[in-house]
Design a protein around this ligand. Sequence first.
Ligand SMILES: O=C(O)c1ccccc1NCC(=O)[C@H](O)[C@H](O)COP(=O)(O)O
Length: 217
Amino acid sequence: MSVSSFADSSKVWIKICGITSLEDALMAVELGADALGFVFYPKSPRYLTVASAAKVMLRLPPRIVKVAVVVNPSREQIETLEKELPIDLWQLHGEEDSKADCWQSRNIIKALRPPFERKLEPWKEIVHAFLLDSKSEQWGGSGIPFDWKEAAGLRRHSQKPFILAGGLNPENIQKALLEVDPFGVDVSSGVESYPGKKDKKKLSEFIEKCKKERRFR
Ligand SMILES: O=C(O)c1ccccc1NCC(=O)[C@H](O)[C@H](O)COP(=O)(O)O
């Protein structure tokens, strides 16, 4: 699996993050998600154990990109997750070291917070994509958008796909797509009824609006 293989498509790549149950995973798949994210950060309200993640991830169709979201993981955590779960991509959501051996041979999405520009450099040779998220004390899942002007001009600094995240929801997604024109989008709290539980109406509206839009570049 490689997100780069999608990068030429004019369709918006859709990742639904913070999946905690098989019910929500299958609902997102049925509605048309391309990728699902599973949060392995114990302090998150969307955290799930390896055993509970296995019950979901092992039941997903191969076309769905399965993303393990981690925050400053230890080598032991990476190896345990990798041994038990069908992980296609690692989403690094903390302050990981781009030079660490463990990232050189894995498929990576690096999450960054504004200001983005100078943070691209250490990662741009090794990542599959960058995820642009808001600043947040809990690292991710804040539900608060950043100023999308911060995303302008980043293509000059890296050819890698950009995934827009942070406070997206059914109300602002069309405006976000028009202003930023990202390769893909990532949403968690904007399509929830409460932290850790996805809401079918919000999810369906969000995905439908993404599918109506086309990428310009
Ligand atoms: O969602 C979390 O609780 C979380 C906790 C720690 C690190 C990352 C986390 N989520 C990562 C994501 O990919 C979210 O989708 C992204 O931060 C956007 O979240 P939201 O603003 O709620 O859409």
